[in-house]
Design a protein around this ligand. Sequence first.
Ligand SMILES: *[C@@H]1O[C@H](CO)[C@@H](O)[C@H](O)[C@H]1NC(C)=O
Ligand SMILES: *[C@@H]1O[C@H](CO)[C@@H](O)[C@H](O)[C@H]1NC(C)=O
Ligand SMILES: *[C@@H]1O[C@H](CO)[C@@H](O)[C@H](O)[C@H]1NC(C)=O
Ligand SMILES: *[C@@H]1O[C@H](CO)[C@@H](O)[C@H](O)[C@H]1NC(C)=O
Ligand SMILES: *[C@@H]1O[C@H](CO)[C@@H](O)[C@H](O)[C@H]1NC(C)=O
Ligand SMILES: *[C@@H]1O[C@H](CO)[C@@H](O)[C@H](O)[C@H]1NC(C)=O
Ligand SMILES: *[C@@H]1O[C@H](CO)[C@@H](O)[C@H](O)[C@H]1NC(C)=O
Ligand SMILES: *[C@@H]1O[C@H](CO)[C@@H](O)[C@H](O)[C@H]1NC(C)=O
Ligand SMILES: *[C@@H]1O[C@H](CO)[C@@H](O)[C@H](O)[C@H]1NC(C)=O
Ligand SMILES: *[C@@H]1O[C@H](CO)[C@@H](O)[C@H](O)[C@H]1NC(C)=O
Ligand SMILES: *[C@@H]1O[C@H](CO)[C@@H](O)[C@H](O)[C@H]1NC(C)=O
Ligand SMILES: CC(=O)N[C@H]1CO[C@H](CO)[C@@H](O)[C@@H]1O
Length: 834
Amino acid sequence: MIFLLLVWPLLAIGAEEIGAFDPLAYVDPLIGASNGGNVFPGASMPYGLAKAVADTNSTSNQGGFTMDGAMVTGFSGMHDSGTGGSPSLGNFPLFPYTNCPGGDVNQCVFPKKSRAAFGSFSNNSVNAKPGTFGITLDSGIRADMTATHHVSLFKFTFPNLGSDGQPAQPLILQDLSDLSDSRQDNGTVSVDPTTGRITGHARFLPSFGLGNYLLYFCTDFSGSDILDSGIFVNSRASTGVQNLTISRGINGYPLPGGAFVRFNSASEPILVRSATSYISVAQACQNAEREIPDFDFQVVSEAATKAWREKLKPVKVSTSGVSGSVLTNFYSGIYRTMINPQNMTGENPLWSSSEPYFDSFYCIWDLFRSQLPFLTIVDPSAVAEMVRSLIDTYRHTGWLPDCRMSLNKGYTQGGSNADNVLADAYIKGIHEGINWEDGYAAVVKDAEVEPYDWCCEGRGGLDSWKSLGYIPVQDFDYKGFGTMTRSISRTLEYAYNDFCISQIASGLKKTTDMEKYLESSGNWQNLYRPDQNSSWWNGTDTGFTGFFQPRFLNQTWGYQNPLNCSNLDPFSVCSLQNTGRETFESSIWEYGFFVPHDQATLITLYGGPEAFVNRLNYLHDANITYIGNEPAFLTVFQYHYAGRPALSGLRARSYIPAYFEPSPGGLPGNDDSGAMGSFLAFSMLGLFPNPGQNVYLITPPFFESVEITTGGALGAQKNNKTVAARVRSINFDGGNRNLYIQSATLDGKPFTRSWIDHSFFTQGKELVLTLGAEESDWGRRAEDLPPSLGRYRGFDRGNGTVKVKKGGETPLGRRNDGSFEGGMFSRPSWGMYR
Ligand SMILES: *[C@@H]1O[C@H](CO)[C@@H](O)[C@H](O)[C@H]1NC(C)=O
Ligand SMILES: *[C@@H]1O[C@H](CO)[C@@H](O)[C@H](O)[C@H]1NC(C)=O
Ligand SMILES: *[C@@H]1O[C@H](CO)[C@@H](O)[C@H](O)[C@H]1NC(C)=O
Ligand SMILES: *[C@@H]1O[C@H](CO)[C@@H](O)[C@H](O)[C@H]1NC(C)=O
Ligand SMILES: *[C@@H]1O[C@H](CO)[C@@H](O)[C@H](O)[C@H]1NC(C)=O
Ligand SMILES: *[C@@H]1O[C@H](CO)[C@@H](O)[C@H](O)[C@H]1NC(C)=O
Ligand SMILES: *[C@@H]1O[C@H](CO)[C@@H](O)[C@H](O)[C@H]1NC(C)=O
Ligand SMILES: *[C@@H]1O[C@H](CO)[C@@H](O)[C@H](O)[C@H]1NC(C)=O
Ligand SMILES: *[C@@H]1O[C@H](CO)[C@@H](O)[C@H](O)[C@H]1NC(C)=O
Ligand SMILES: *[C@@H]1O[C@H](CO)[C@@H](O)[C@H](O)[C@H]1NC(C)=O
Ligand SMILES: *[C@@H]1O[C@H](CO)[C@@H](O)[C@H](O)[C@H]1NC(C)=O
Ligand SMILES: CC(=O)N[C@H]1CO[C@H](CO)[C@@H](O)[C@@H]1O
């Protein structure tokens, strides 16, 4: 293959130039491309709009390509990664034939369904690297692809002879379709007989939301002389017609239609430059001509490779004592955090603005937990742009999005979780160009104004929320309308959203607001039923008492089995269906831990730290939770709050690599736009965020040393030199026996807290962990626990933990009279630790 001969040696030289360590050597984009990972494994720039890959006809082709025995049906340049819902995008696919039998275009197969028969391939023909993707079809056609930000470049290399034994006369078609066959009426396509340029547009549906979007395209060819061109409709084609406007179709399946170009010979590979634009054909063509002026595959692929190397460079780990598969898991996870959201600045036809525009927030319920917090460390400038885009979306649509794809609103899963994203960025000092007064107005609107249709923005049930302090099951709500389920998970998420709002209010010195939202952030307690027990389906008692339960408007209790919608419940309907339950995609057992801001009070309600640890163990050991869905993430690390940070580290290792293998089928579920990737990256770094708070929970890293250089305006500088934050482990043995932190130092001084704040990164500090083979007292005293709004109670002195005196001496949260002390959470800075 020409691709292999020319490109790889150059990449290798590039790698040597930056020294022995090249993070790209450890990225495998194919991880998650099968088995429901739904990862986009193709060629893209970081946050790029153009995402070129081979699309298959798998029933799990949300990310375009799969390695599950499905057939290739085309090569397209727009995708999302890791999503559930319908397959996203995949618009205007190309498909190549070496020739049409007998030279008759009607002997080529045009419709997507039937041309799948020509799309078989063997897995080992697939090459995927950051910025490039290649595959050889069993027909002998090799397809390599790469991308700039807006434009995909495909290189098709054909055999000398076609299937009929005649010399190659390649035909490349372009189809007015998308992965989910959502094309609406009046798609159009034109092919220029002289240049072969194919242009057109069509309207499609978003994959998990309302509305539709109009997408334009512009495709050019290079490498061989044009023989002829034309259009096809259904299974018939003609070289005598160059323009087509086509109906949506009949019987549900869009009528196949598109254009094609035929070439005289295949002595050279044929390059296809294809751009899409949400603005116009002219803009698609301009982007194409500007970004890829001369169809130089090598130049484009090297630029993409270089862009990825730059993005991954901030994270360096020691490779000593760890296998390549550990490194591949780690760096591939990081890579996946930067595929989506997509930077669509300049490609938003909905409003004109000088602010950035990002799309494919898919969905924020998934992203707020660790993906966006991860980017806050390694790519803070990108997060600043994303936050500006969210705020600008609020300015122009009236609301922060909860899920957004292809210019449309997506469905809200729980709370108004963009509030958490804004708070996380705010408290971590992401301010570059952000108008925080507008940001604050946006989150307050979520808390105060109920949308008429809260399917896709804001919150429902606000009257009840304010009068009763919870979302009632079977609420009476005549002001706004949405799916009246998830009353428990919405209550818990709204409570945390309000906490997040209080943190921004605090920073903006809006003290009255701060107190108000801190107060309502305690609403989760209104659904706690201390006498609720929980038994398995066979009647066996789990032995735990005290669970959240649904509550009616008249304040009496409803009932939902706390194990319903757990990983082990095969029957319940737990998503956004009308028949869904009171918890979204998760059980009362698991949501029972979702009080990220007040673990101390939760621990007390659950009977103290030991009982809390037992309950958390049961959640994991009995498989009630499943690490393949995002609510599980924080539960891995919540042992920290009960004074057992060692157990968080062990729990992380029980899931990684067992549930995350660096192979195509290795992910435990949808990657969700890189959410799973970021869970891996943070867990393996040994610093897990509690998103919306200035807190990272410390566990032993999977590497002897890690080094993170935070970029942008927040880059840590010492004497004008960029410095990295470092974690070093003494007695590191590859995670064999020494799995427990014995002691720690921060910048050389003893450090006993089990958590660290964001200044660790922005000031380039060094954390040195001394490991040992037994659990120690480190990080277990009450004063060393991570922040919580309520007071920690029931922690003993004696083994190093402090019994909190009655009346309380901790600076956290509520006073005895119910007012707030303005403790750690509510202060703009972490005064007591600076
Ligand atoms: C490779 O292809 C076969 C079908 O041809 C498929 O069943 C299998 O799962 C694939 N292997 C991997 C590792 O994805
Ligand atoms: C994919 O295409 C092949 C070949 O036409 C066909 O046998 C298979 O059933 C298709 N798969 C799906 C899920 O449609
Ligand atoms: C498509 O075009 C036809 C013919 O011009 C027109 O009657 C029809 O309303 C159009 N459909 C849509 C959805 O615009
Ligand atoms: C075909 O489409 C092209 C480009 O849109 C246009 O310039 C041309 O006039 C059209 N030709 C016919 C016959 O409609
Ligand atoms: C997003 O795109 C704009 C316009 O091309 C560019 O200026 C900006 O740097 C991009 N941001 C990121 C994070 O890639
Ligand atoms: C659980 O609670 C129900 C209802 O209060 C009660 O009937 C049952 O006996 C309890 N089970 C156990 C094991 O306590
Ligand atoms: C009931 O189910 C639970 C959970 O699967 C199991 O642990 C327990 O042994 C079962 N009890 C009986 C009596 O079968
Ligand atoms: C409270 O409301 C529920 C649901 O409408 C109803 O079943 C129950 O009887 C009511 N209880 C009282 C005491 O009104
Ligand atoms: C939990 O799931 C794992 C992996 O599927 C299995 O090995 C283990 O036996 C399960 N545990 C229980 C208690 O069902
Ligand atoms: C750092 O760089 C700035 C701007 O280049 C310069 O003014 C300043 O003196 C430098 N400080 C040190 C400590 O070198
Ligand atoms: C601390 O030690 C006391 C007795 O010395 C013991 O009862 C308690 O369980 C220990 N606490 C923890 C968190 O291990
Ligand atoms: C496994 C199981 O029992 N699931 C149950 C969850 O709750 C609904 C409604 O009570 C039951 O119908 C399901 O069978």
